[in-house]
Ligand binder design. Structure first.
Ligand code: NDP
Length: 347
């Protein structure tokens, strides 16, 4: 039997084909499967494994259980010149994002600022994947999404928030954009699940047991509550994200999303909010000068020994992955091959 520590090297094109096939084998439409496959491949390429092919297991579960609509066709509405809304129809987030992106870019370039609200979609995945193309189009952006309640507020032990990620993108004149992206929990839930699969303990501070006691056991932490990063400050950010990506855009809170799942173990159903700014519209003729000042700021950070910019690790991983492919746990690959062949995938 394959050890839980054995890994196999796989090319990015193999990863993408595997991801697409796994979903197609469950009746997911080509458009949905293709967009998800690109999304999880991007995550694998940047060594963001908590949002890579491992996520396909949950996506298959959501389709087989009937919770997610794998054949959904997202429908876009221009609510006002600055507000674009997409109803993902309980389909997956990547296709909704890809369909709405040109309208968001056009609105931000025309008005200086525009907002995209994606509703009713399954799992917004790694947020940088959604913001990087906006930065490539010259836009500054912030993005956020709620999840399913797994994170207790600072000082508490009952889950209220999702792991509620927050991301920021900034275009740079000579090179890859600056994009940071983090869960407002101490760690992404997928990271704890991957520790559990690998038989590893988790660091103290990531989770507590059901009585609120600190734990290093991933299974106990998953059954108890995850913790926010930064104590009361992370808690406040998580709450802001709940409000902006939930009630403000007419979508579910993390508690509502959890209840909606009825214990099926699907990824979160809910909303995503992206705000895009066009610095050209803000700055006019002064654009280049002010962007150069931003570059000075970046240099004063990355110029220090032992300091790197958020996103640098991802970009280095991407360059390596394009050349050499990525390492994937052999057991996970076996599981995915089974799904590709039409087996496995409990409902
Ligand atoms: P990490 O803690 O791994 O990284 C957070 C950010 O900090 C990244 O931009 C990272 O850059 C940067 N960073 C990490 N270490 C350093 C360092 N030493 N110096 C400077 N910058 C650093 O991310 P999380 O575990 O919080 O989240 C992982 C992913 O999971 C994210 O993409 C997030 O969107 C996603 N997520 C999605 C959820 C959902 O429901 N859709 C829920 C929760 C998380 P780099 O990447 O280059 O290391």
């Amino acid at each position: 039997m394959t050890s839980i520590h054995t890994e196999r090297r796989v090319s990015l094109s193999e990863i993408e084909a595997l991801a697409r096939d796994v979903l197609l084998a469950r009746g997911v439409s080509f458009a949905q499967a293709d967009a998800v496959a690109r999304n999880v491949t991007a995550a694998e390429a940047d060594e963001c494994r908590s949002h890579g092919v491992y996520r396909l297991i949950g996506y298959v579960r959501a389709v087989v259980s009937g919770k997610a609509d794998g054949r959904a066709v997202p429908s876009m509405t221009q609510v006002s010149p600055a507000i674009i809304r997409v109803d993902a129809g309980r389909g997956f987030a990547p296709l909704a994002n890809e369909i709405a992106r040109p309208a968001l870019v056009a609105a931000a370039q025309s008005l200086g600022i525009a907002v995209l609200a994606i509703n009713n979609c399954y799992h917004n995945s790694a947020m940088w994947v959604d913001l990087e193309p906006l930065a490539d189009a010259g836009l500054v952006s912030i993005g956020m999404t709620a999840g399913q309640c797994t994170v207790a507020p600072h000082g508490g032990s009952k889950p209220v928030f999702g792991t509620n990620p927050f991301a920021f993108g900034w275009p740079r004149p000579d090179g890859a954009p600056f994009v940071f992206d983090f869960a407002t929990s101490a760690a992404a839930r997928g990271e704890i699940e991957l520790h559990q699969r690998a038989g590893k303990s988790i660091p103290l501070g990531w989770a507590v047991d059901a009585e609120g006691r600190p734990t290093t056991d991933p299974a106990v932490g998953l059954a108890g509550a995850m913790l926010p990063f930064g104590g009361h400050k992370g808690t406040a950010l998580a709450l802001m994200i709940e409000l902006l990506a939930g009630p403000m855009i007419g979508d579910l809170t993390s508690q509502e999303s959890f209840a909606e799942d009825e214990g099926m173990g699907s990824p979160p159903l809910g909303g995503e909010l992206i705000i895009a700014f066009d610095p050209v519209r803000f700055l006019g003729d002064d654009f280049a000068g002010h962007m150069a000042r931003a570059e000075t700021l970046f240099s004063s950070i990355s110029g220090q020994d032992g300091v790197r910019l958020p996103g640098d690790r991802r970009l280095e991983a991407r360059a390596q992955s394009v050349q050499n492919g990525v390492l994937v746990p052999a057991r996970l690959l076996e599981e995915l091959e089974l799904l590709r062949a039409g087996g496995g995938g409990r409902g």
